[in-house]
Design a binder for this molecule. Structure first.
Ligand code: NG1
Ligand code: ZN
Length: 539
């Protein structure tokens, strides 16, 4: 590996001068035209990251998820399939902001020295991308930096974000006791379909058709591949899926008036698919890591949404019941991880009704994921539908090897074990989460209406506030309080006290140049009023 080669390769992939790039919650994400040099430089960092782990494969995912089609993004996946370790986010930021090609190469070697990385070790990087056409050029920039650093490069081309995370874990655990499955797309579908049938344990989905809105993104073609395998088995699950919004040939329709982010932020169904009575609906986002269920009542034009909080409480309730039936509820600790955006009614339901502990972390799945590992079974979801359920190795071992005392215990253990295989253990996965929801509804013999009555959400409002400098806003207490600018939190507290059952907080967005204000209260008008008042305080 030599300095000149890196400099020459870098000259083909300039970064836009004068712009400051930051590795945020979603890696680097912005207009795709600004990302060529950024992606090249992320490639350099992934080459170092792989060598830091003695050549284990590192993932690079190119996606801008639910953002408009003109955007794109690039983020790194660590060897175990989780997100890039936080300390390295700063290294990514410093490398990407190097002022010249020469500085970039110097920083690269300096970083290798500081981090005690042996550059003679082989390195390996695996890439995946969503359906955005700009992804193709960005992969070229990535390939160039990996060639310049003599790093093995495998391009998996179009994948959902969670599929890439899955591949990375499979790749790095192959042939070990922690083996996670076959590291190919077909391996992923086979694993999910097999675990889905096993988790159903002979039950059927009787609740009519499931309509899936795929946001015109990568989830569409990938879900269809999975369904082919599901339908080709000689087993019956009762699951009938109709795929909608799966046009990936017209890039401009990606996330347009559809998808999980549309449903969650607009709090209404997308114009298509047209609602039909008694059938279930769900939406994925542009890279298929978020899931929102919903149903529309045609007679009353009513709309009901099942967001991440609902999915988390459904999963927690089902898994806790199974552990009880299996007689292992006193051995395994189950908990739910949420953020400050979780509806207060969901937290109350989990703590008071399900009697399970909850943890609140700052926004961003890496925080939730980390906190969830503190439980034997950690359920984590952001309200926007991004989340999963983590089972510790001890928990999985317990399901598989504990001697059951009755047929009921045996069945519960087997179902738990199947859920551990069905639910993506690396990151939130809309397709895997959707199959989990279908399994639970089939076991409980629930329609979406049965699910809806478990608790009633507090009316809430989320507003985006343009501020001069969002970096002035600093938070504490898992983002529920502002520590800076001084005095603002006291003003917010004074407003909140005027309302019933109310809660409100403000924080700087990690992905946009703005602040977000969240408020909930006993009535819709109070929630709106409180959100507006707090927004005025912040402005
Ligand atoms: P920011 O912009 O930091 O609020 C948003 C979402 C997060 C998370 C990230 C990454 C809300 C309120 N915030 O973060 O939940 O998903 O984007 O996509 O939905
Ligand atoms: Zn996403």
């Amino acid at each position: 590996m030599d300095r000149e080669t890196i400099i020459e390769a870098s000259k083909k992939h300039d970064v836009v001068a004068g712009k400051k790039f930051t590795y945020g919650t979603a890696g680097f994400r912005m207009n795709a035209d600004l990302l060529d040099g950024v992606t090249f430089r992320v490639g350099l960092l992934s080459a170092l990251r792989s060598r830091k782990f003695n050549g284990k494969a590192i993932g690079v995912m190119i996606t801008a998820s639910h953002n408009p089609p003109v955007d794109n993004g690039v983020k790194i996946v660590d060897p175990y399939g989780d997100m890039l370790e936080q300390d390295w986010e700063a290294h990514a930021t410093s490398l990407v902001n190097a002022p010249s090609h020469e500085d970039l190469a110097d920083n690269f070697f300096k970083l290798a020295g500081n981090l005690k990385i042996d550059l003679a070790t082989p390195g390996k990087v695996i890439a995946g991308r969503d359906t955005r056409p700009s992804g193709i050029t960005l992969v070229t920039a990535l390939a160039d930096s990996l060639a310049a650093t003599k790093t093995e490069f495998v391009d998996f081309k179009i994948l959902t974000t969670p599929q890439l995370h899955y591949m990375i874990r499979c790749n790095n655990t192959a042939g070990t006791p922690a083996s996670y499955g076959e590291g190919s797309e077909v391996g992923y579908y086979n694993k999910l379909v097999e675990a889905f049938y096993r988790a159903l344990h002979g039950r059927f989905q009787c609740g009519g058709k499931l309509h899936v809105d795929c946001a015109n993104g990568v989830g569409g073609p990938k879900l269809k591949e999975l369904l082919k395998i599901h339908d080709a088995t000689n087993m019956e699950s009762g699951l009938v899926v109709e795929v909608h919004n799966d046009d990936v040939l017209r890039p401009e329709v990606l996330n347009l008036d559809c998808g999980a982010d549309f449903v969650k932020t607009r709090q209404r169904a997308p114009p298509s698919p047209k609602p039909a009575s008694g059938e279930r609906y769900c939406s994925l986002d542009g890279d298929a890591d978020r899931l929102i269920y919903y149903w529309t009542d045609i007679s009353t034009n009513g709309f009901f949404m099942f967001d991440g909080d609902r999915i988390a409480s459904l999963a927690a309730s089902f898994i806790a019941e199974l552990c009880k039936t299996a007689g292992i509820d006193d051995i395994l600790r189950i908990g739910v991880v949420q953020t400050a955006y979780a509806n207060g009614a969901s937290t109350k339901y989990i703590e008071k009704h399900l009697k399970l502990p909850t943890i609140c972390t700052p926004t961003g799945v890496k925080h939730l994921h980390h906190a969830a590992t503190r439980f034997d079974i950690g359920v984590y979801f952001e309200a926007n539908g991004h989340g999963t359920v983590l089972f510790s190795l001890d928990a999985m071992r317990c399901f598989k090897t504990r001697e059951p005392q009755s047929p009921a215990q045996k069945e519960a253990q087997e179902t738990l074990s199947a859920l551990g295989d069905l639910i993506n253990q690396t990151v939130g996965d809309a397709v895997s989460d959707m199959l989990m929801v279908e399994v639970i509804l089939a076991h409980k013999k629930w329609t979406l209406k049965d699910w809806a009555v478990t608790y009633e959400d507090l009316p809430n409002r989320l507003v985006r506030v343009e501020v001069g400098n969002k970096d002035l806003f600093e938070t504490t207490d898992a983002e529920r309080k502002l520590s800076k600018p001084a005095g603002i939190q006291e003003e917010i507290d004074r407003e909140v006290k005027k309302y019933n059952n109310a809660r409100s907080f403000a924080r700087a967005s990690g992905t946009e140049n703005a602040c977000r204000v969240y408020a909930e209260a006993a009535t819709r008008s109070e929630a709106d009023e409180l959100a507006n008042k707090v927004a005025q305080i912040v402005q």
